[in-house]
Design a protein around this ligand. Structure first.
Ligand code: FES
Ligand code: FES
Length: 376
């Protein structure tokens, strides 16, 4: 591993990464900035283009360690940028995107053209864009959008938020490590850090119609709680209190089984605690990490309420399922069953065998969620 420090979207970040980690994987997987897309990973398609020290760079060909000290801007950093605002509007007006896969890279290159070549004609725009491939929209709308922004002339007064740095080699400050092969850690043995940078967050609370003391006693029974959670299973509880186990989830045709380790800490005075867990899915080679902070409080009528604050992060091929709407759909469905089981367990009743959440029921839930968002 090598420690690298660079500035990403105005924030200095320091991470321990393998020297072969390219910049695209670094921003997507370590910083959760998934607006940067990967197409060919061979420097051909330009989908991964982002801005390094003011210049468009193919992030699939740039080692993150080689960008030590550099200023990196991904598409997420351009929300308030006046030049990018003009380009976004023009892309939309001229139908410069369809599926949008190439668009973050196209916008990075378009931004460079507009700020560096204010007098570029169509031929020059096409030449400059030749390193960015679009597989569905074609180039007519994209070129027209850039021409439109250049013709408006307003980009000349719209000063870029970060002025491009002169074209110089990036100082790496990186010394290659000795050439020894380090075997990757088995996915089941990923360290539980409890600190998740750039992860998603979610808060939910469940009304539990049982007294606080009874709920608290149930919460401390780890095996019962695992039995309440659909898809969760415990393999062993170690002498140090850490738990080896697995969690299975399915979204439509996608199935994943994350095996890993969790630690639980209780605060009896505050009736709260936290669960920190990390694990990997061997089939997809994806990793998941999460922290759940829980608090139980009394409610009127001899009932109680369980509040859960969750921070989570997915890395690897399943990262796309870490989008907030998808995670919220999975969590809400899990919690619906968990709450029912928790009440039964707190009352001393047997709970039904828990099955992994997923399949058609989950897809329908997500569909309903999207429909209600469209209606509102
Ligand atoms: S993904 Fe980088 S050039 Fe295609
Ligand atoms: S908009 Fe689909 S690849 Fe360009």
């Amino acid at each position: 591993m090598s420690t690298v420090t660079l500035r990403v979207n105005g924030v200095e970040v320091t991470k321990d990464i393998t020297p072969r980690t390219h910049l695209a994987d670094f921003v997507r997987e370590d910083l959760n900035l998934t607006g940067t897309h990967l197409g060919c990973e061979h420097g051909v398609c330009g989908a991964c283009t982002l801005i390094v020290n003011g210049r468009p760079v193919r992030s699939c060909l740039s080692f993150a360690v080689a960008c030590a000290g550099a200023d990196v801007r991904t598409v997420e950093d351009f929300d308030d940028d006046p030049v990018m605002a003009l380009l976004r509007e023009a892309f939309s007006r001229h139908h410069g995107l369809q599926c949008g896969y190439c668009t973050p890279g196209m916008l990075a290159t378009a931004y460079d053209i507009v700020t560096r070549l204010p007098d570029a004609d169509e031929a020059r725009i096409r030449e400059e864009l030749s390193g960015n491939l679009c597989r569905c929209t074609g180039y007519v709308g994209i070129v027209a959008a850039i021409q439109d922004v250049l013709a408006q002339g307003s980009h000349r007064s719209a000063v870029p938020v970060t002025a491009p740095a002169p074209l110089t080699a990036i100082a790496t400050g990186w010394t290659p490590p000795p050439a020894t092969l380090v075997a990757p850690a088995p996915v089941g043995q990923i360290a539980v850090s409890g600190k998740i940078d750039g992860g998603g967050t979610l808060t939910r609370s469940i009304a539990v119609p049982v007294p606080l003391e009874r709920l608290w006693n149930t919460l401390q029974d780890i095996e019962t709680i695992a039995g309440c959670l659909p898809g969760a299973s415990i393999e062993s509880i170690k002498p140090d209190g850490s738990i080896e186990g697995a969690f299975q989830v399915a979204i439509g045709p996608m199935r994943a089984r994350f095996s890993g380790t969790a630690h639980i800490a209780f605060n009896a005075t505050a009736r709260s605690g936290d669960v920190r867990g990390a694990g990997g899915d061997r089939v997809s080679r994806s990793r998941a990490e999460g922290v759940i902070r829980f608090t139980a409080q009394p409610e009127a009528g001899n009932a109680s309420r369980l509040t859960l604050d969750m921070t989570y992060k997915l890395a690897g091929p399943l990262t796309q399922f870490g989008r907030p709407a998808v995670v919220a759909g999975v969590v809400d469905q899990l919690l619906a069953t968990f709450a029912k089981n928790l009440v039964q367990a707190s009352k001393g009743e047997a709970i039904a065998t828990s099955v992994p959440v997923g399949g058609i029921r989950l897809l329908l839930g997500l569909f309903r969620r999207l429909c209600s968002r469209v209606r509102s």
